[in-house]
Design a protein around this ligand. Structure first.
Ligand code: MTE
Length: 319
């Protein structure tokens, strides 16, 4: 992410046909159809029932094959097609989440227990990556607020910190000489951002359980912030009274800040954020490489709902 400018997409970043075909095999044809289908994928790929949330956009959805083959998940490699190639090795059941810090119910929870009886919702969100591309993804998830309430935050809690799994035996990007980031991948939100109704924990997309490359079994989704906030494969949630560290800021504080709100008026030091390129769709599987660029919207178009969280703040300083 820090190494290349977004328009410089190399030919190698277009999913090779062999990978696409392998994925198609794995998805049992759903990728080829580009639709959610309750096909017999085995236990890790079961249909989820979710009512469509009114928070959803009705913009055209990014085809499933693009959502699952053009990814950032550095634990599995830094090329866009690495997660789809490598993430199948990740074991996602059972899955424990350690909840700690300033809460009255600290424990190591089984994921199923932590989200038990919270109604699943389909949230079709625009997602904007800091690299300049965007997608529209039909997530299946639950409000993060519902989970946080279960943990009973104490009055001194002001932030929520998240951590991704560290398991080099199953995550090739955590092995070897070249480590793209310090592990675990960490992220954080202010408590009011975390409690905002748009913020969800996703456990699925396109009506099925999350594919591993998209952050199985549970990842954060914060649609008004750049995609790197949406931390994948979460194993720890901590409530804190001071601003938590976030991986990309630790890697490069000049380029990435804690808030990471989508903002066309704040350029990345090495490129403008004024426009974006929608992945997939009408370009016939070329990953949107030739798609026309669209203006980036402040808060990714979710300003009506979230701008008030930042009243009085200088968003150029707090980027
Ligand atoms: N979470 C972890 N653990 N590791 C990562 O490398 N990449 C982030 C975010 N979450 C990342 C992560 C970035 S840069 C983006 S753009 C989104 O995941 C991409 O999500 P997607 O691949 O599901 O579209």
């Amino acid at each position: 992410m820090i190494i290349r400018r977004p328009p410089d997409i190399r030919a190698s970043e277009i999913t090779p046909k062999s990978v696409y075909l392998r994925r198609r095999e794995f998805l049992g044809g759903a990728a080829a159809l580009g639709v959610a289908a309750a096909l017999p994928f085995g236990p890790a790929w079961a249909a989820l029932t979710a009512a469509k949330s009114p928070f959803s956009t009705d913009e055209p959805q990014t085809p499933l094959k693009d959502v699952t083959s053009y990814n950032n998940f550095y634990e599995f490699g830094t090329d866009k097609d690495d997660p789809a190639k490598n993430a199948h090795t990740l074991t996602t059941t059972p899955w424990k989440i350690k909840a700690d810090g300033l809460i009255d119910k600290p424990a190591e929870y089984d994921l199923d227990d932590l989200i038990k009886d919270i109604a699943l919702e389909e949230r079709i969100y625009r997602m904007r990556c800091v690299e300049g591309w965007s997608m529209v993804i039909p997530w299946v998830g639950i409000p993060l607020a519902s989970v946080l309430k279960r943990l009973e935050p104490q009055s001194s809690a002001k932030y929520v910190a998240f951590e991704t799994l560290v398991r080099p035996s199953e995550m090739p990007g955590q092995k070897g000489l070249f480590q793209a980031l310090p592990w675990p991948y960490v992220e954080g939100l202010r408590l009011d951002e975390a409690m905002h109704p748009l913020t969800i924990l996703a456990i699925g997309l396109y009506g099925e359980k999350l594919p591993n490359q998209n952050g199985a079994p549970v990842r954060l989704v914060v649609p008004w912030k750049y995609g790197f906030k949406s931390i994948k494969s979460i194993v720890r949630i901590s409530l804190t009274d001071s601003q938590p560290k976030i991986s990309w800021e630790v890697a490069n504080a000049r380029e990435y800040g804690f808030y990471s709100n989508v903002n066309p008026d704040v350029s990345h030091p090495r490129w403008s954020q004024a426009t974006e390129r929608r992945i997939g769709g009408s370009t016939g599987g070329l990953g949107g490489l030739f798609a026309k660029r669209h203006p980036t919207l402040i808060f990714n178009g979710y300003g009506d709902q979230v701008a008030k969280l930042y009243d009085g703040m200088d968003l150029k300083k707090n980027f």
